[in-house]
Write a protein that binds this ligand. Structure first.
Ligand code: AMP
Ligand code: MG
Length: 414
């Protein structure tokens, strides 16, 4: 076999970008919704379009601290008489008078009859007389009623994730409770006779179960309800029990380990009896083995056991499914180009998601380096990275100085 080709690559392997739409076809969104108070809505997915029942701003208000006057009253520099004040929350309630002005603060109501605000920096004050530099146009420094939105304007659409900005936008239009999709329930367990939980002693040949912790972190960041079913032995009966319990309680069952050749026998044997399973052969590295299927009503996703592979396959393959399940609008990952700072070795054959550190040099040019060892058993690469360096299937070695495609991590990995 030629060493120039990735030995794990096969002609029938599927590009992950082609696999994701096929995996997505098997997911039906959870249409159940619930009403939550705005204070608890962060991270939830909106299940309704939100329209404004008020105009924004609700009244003409000042964009500056200064003096409100009628534009036509002052076409050249001149004096006006201060007849009142309008402060935020304390509007001027009197009538307009010709040749007058109102002391006004930012956000305060511009009273009826007045249409322009001059900044206080352009005013000379002498008792109740103010000499003002005129503004160059009517309505200067006035935020017009309805200028941001009119009654009935659609503010947010169903499927939007509520982040900090959306929390504020919803509050701006006075909504205290909203409909969101219910969170997906995801039950997960690790499989492997070699795995021990943290806090216990290791016997020879044993390692700590780390995937359950990284997966739990990913699930929490993805905004789901998680059910941790622990470590399950490589034993068909134990796996069967775990699958039954998981499927009874969850919308998705997620496992780590036991989907590579040989071991897959257990998972396959059990799922052939209890549900259905497909082994996806993907042209991606890390993470070639990935299984998906159904157990009862629940979706099953089987991640490979190698710690980096399990995180990468979760991110690239499972996260889009969870988003769809939870009613989230589809998002296309941002990909940019950056200059590679040190050479990368790669054999053509599979798409590689090498872990990278993206930053910029002194003139602002984006540059990226790998995190070092790309061994899929070493989680330090995921710890150090802030992006994937995406190397396409047919790409081989890449020299320093070349432009490469970079996919910055989203909030689930950051
Ligand atoms: P598997 O996919 O079960 O064949 O596992 C592949 C590799 O990942 C083996 O070296 C396992 O020991 C390791 N591995 C599997 N599950 C875990 C886990 N939960 N935590 C850490 N390493 C694991
Ligand atoms: Mg295993």
């Amino acid at each position: 076999m030629s060493m120039s080709q990735d030995p794990c690559a096969r002609p029938q392997l599927l590009h992950p970008d082609d696999a994701v739409p096929m995996l997505l076809q098997q997911v039906i969104p959870l249409y159940e919704t619930e009403t939550v108070p705005l204070t608890e809505a962060l991270g939830r997915i909106l299940a309704e379009d939100l329209c404004s029942s008020i105009e924004l701003p609700p009244f003409n208000n000042s964009g500056m601290d200064g003096y409100a006057y009628r534009f036509a009253d002052l076409l050249a520099k001149g004096k006006l008489t201060v007849i009142g004040k309008s402060f935020a929350g304390h509007p001027y309630t009197g009538e307009y008078q010709a040749g007058s002005c109102i002391r006004i603060m930012t956000g305060a109501t511009v009273p009826n009859g007045y249409d322009t605000v001059q900044m206080q920096e352009y005013a000379e004050v002498n008792g109740d007389q103010v000499t003002l530099e005129p503004c160059s146009e009517q309505w200067e420094n006035v935020r017009l009623r309805g200028g941001e939105m009119m009654v009935g304007a659609k503010v947010l659409t169903s499927g939007t994730e509520i982040r900090a900005a959306e929390m504020g936008i919803i509050a701006t239009i006075g909504i205290s409770h909203l409909r969101v999709f219910r969170r997906a329930r995801v039950a997960f367990f690790s499989t492997g006779d070699e795995l021990r939980p943290v806090g216990s002693e290791l016997a020879p040949g044993q390692i700590y179960d780390s995937n359950r912790y990284s997966i739990k972190g990913l699930l929490i960041k993805a905004g789901v309800e998680w059910i941790d079913l622990g470590v399950i032995k490589d034993d068909p009966e134990a796996i069967r029990q775990a699958f039954r319990e998981a499927a009874a309680r969850a919308d998705m069952v997620l496992t780590s380990g036991g989907v590579s050749v040989g071991e897959a026998d257990f998972t396959k044997q059990v799922l052939d009896e209890e549900g259905k399973i497909t082994f996806w052969k993907l042209a991606m590295k890390p993470g070639k083995p990935f299984a998906m299927g159904k157990i009862g009503e629940a979706i099953f996703c089987g991640l490979p056991g190698n710690p980096v592979s399990s995180m990468v396959t979760f991110y690239k393959l499972v996260l889009p499914l969870l988003r769809k399940l939870q009613g989230h609008n589809a998002v296309t990952p941002l990909q940019i180009k950056a200059v590679l700072t040190s050479a990368i070795r790669k054999k053509p054959g599979r798409v590689e998601y090498q872990r990278g550190i993206l930053n910029h040099n002194i003139d602002g040019t984006l540059q990226v380096s790998t995190t070092g060892s790309q061994d899929s058993s070493q989680l330090s690469s995921m710890h150090l990275a802030n992006c994937f360096i995406v190397l396409e299937q047919q790409q081989g070695n890449t020299a320093a100085g070349e432009l490469v495609t970079v996919e910055p991590f989203n909030s689930v990995l950051c």
